[in-house]
Design a protein around this ligand. Structure first.
Ligand SMILES: Cc1cc2nc3c(=O)[nH]c(=O)nc-3n(C[C@H](O)[C@H](O)[C@H](O)COP(=O)(O)OP(=O)(O)OC[C@H]3O[C@@H](n4cnc5c(N)ncnc54)[C@H](O)[C@@H]3O)c2cc1C
Length: 374
């Protein structure tokens, strides 16, 4: 369980080489332009990675959670914004389409697996984040159409997605009374506005509004009023994958700092000659090794039992925490250059703080761990 298989080592090598050749040279450009390069996602997708977690019967790779963790980690090392948009495009929310009708799977899941379509997942609302069941978006059936009203915020890929899986209240008389809908792009009454943020510049994040937005009746995903069950089915897997994302950002910072200390001179030596530098890098490496080992364990555990909530939450919180710690030390080792865009460490450290927010904030995951203890 603690060692990558030959196949997993191949995934790692392939993505590492692709990211180094294709992503690293343009990373700063897309961060500066604040654009998710869709064409690069399609190029990456052509290697077959979006389908890795889907069954072979529908054209996927039939791989495990760790297989997806590996590619997400490798992309996050180089460009976290690209990594997060890519993983949301085909994973996390999109996996809910596996519970769709054959027609829904044909129309939306297959092209997602093949990397032709980009997905998004709209749960968060301006007044409902951690407390997601407090949502105000409503869906009402009128004839052969669902009519949606409300808004979603912070939605990754919201402006560029081919479809958004949207949670909405369908029954106020029962709790939670929430259903999930597939809302295709350009649906009448839906609009998306980019949000100006201070992290993941190369990822698209949007505010989505629904004003009498009409979608066909058959775009309800899964059973009516059972949307929360659908959401929670993949929650733990999403947390482990996100942990791998956080880990990747930390590894990118570590690699950058390690290279830098061998090259930078001070007081007639390289920074690497100072014992303080050696101890810092040794401590950072120790944290990274423990984080990755736990990700491998949690991936195996959640793979066997998707309800293994405690492992998934420990995994997510630990990786998010060490990613901040490692990034802070890495930036410090670069001195003033840690604040410059010339070095990747500078921009990577900008992206670690959101790690504590994604896939349940630190406190929400602590709640899960506490619940599992009682
Ligand atoms: C860049 C970015 C991309 C995102 N992408 C998506 C996306 O694609 N789809 C989507 O649906 N959402 C997305 N989100 C939203 C994200 O999931 C939420 O931000 C997150 O769930 C927290 O919700 P909130 O921001 O409303 O904070 P709140 O829920 O208001 O929390 C604020 C603070 O209160 C704390 N808190 C809340 N409840 C408790 C409690 N019970 N006990 C102790 N402390 C508590 C939190 O831990 C946090 O520190 C994204 C967010 C960001 C920043």
């Amino acid at each position: 369980m603690w060692k990558l298989t030959d196949e997993q080592q191949m995934i790692q090598k392939t993505v590492r080489e692709w990211a180094s050749a294709k992503l690293a040279p343009v990373a700063e450009k897309y961060e500066h332009e604040k654009v998710f390069p869709v064409h690069l996602y399609k190029e990456f997708a052509a290697l077959g990675f979006p389908g890795i977690r889907y069954p072979e019967a529908i054209g996927g790779g039939g791989g495990g959670i760790l297989d997806m963790c590996i590619w997400v980690k490798e992309l996050a090392k180089v460009l976290p914004g690209f990594a997060i948009s890519s993983s949301v495009a085909c994973g996390l929310g999109a996996k809910m389409l596996s519970y769709g009708t054959p027609e829904q799977q044909q129309k939306y899941l297959l092209p997602t697996v093949e990397g032709e379509m980009i997905g998004a997942f709209g749960l968060t609302e301006p007044n409902a984040g951690s407390d997601a069941t407090n949502l105000l978006t409503r869906a009402v059936l009128e004839g052969d159409e669902w009519v949606l009203n409300g808004s979603k915020t912070f939605i990754t890929n919201g402006c560029i997605a081919d479809y958004i899986l949207v949670s909405a209240r369908t029954d106020s008389s029962q709790k939670p009374g929430i259903s999930i809908f597939i809302v295709p792009k350009d649906s009448p009454g839906m609009s998306a506005m980019p949000i100006d943020k201070n992290c993941w510049y190369s990822s698209d994040t949007a505010l989505i509004s629904f004003e009498n937005c009409r979608i066909p009746a058959d775009h309800l995903l899964g059973p009516l009023n059972q949307g929360l069950d659908l959401l929670t089915k993949n929650l733990n897997e999403g947390r482990v994958t996100f942990a791998a994302f956080c880990h990747g950002v930390a590894e990118g910072c570590f690699d950058g700092a390690l290279a830098y200390v061998h090259q930078r001179q001070a007081f007639g030596k390289t920074l690497a000659d100072f014992q303080n530098t050696q101890f810092k890098l040794a401590e950072m490496k120790m944290k990274l090794e423990l984080s990755w080992t736990y990700i491998m364990r949690a991936a195996a555990e959640v793979g066997e039992n998707p309800q293994a909530a405690m492992s998934a939450s420990i995994c997510k919180n630990w990786s998010a925490q060490i990613s901040e710690e490692v990034a802070r030390e890495a930036r410090h080792l670069l001195g003033g250059y840690g604040c410059m865009n010339e070095y990747a460490v500078g921009r990577l450290t900008r992206d670690v703080f959101v790690s504590e927010v994604g896939e349940g904030t630190r406190e929400i995951n602590w709640r899960v761990i506490w619940k599992a203890l009682n």
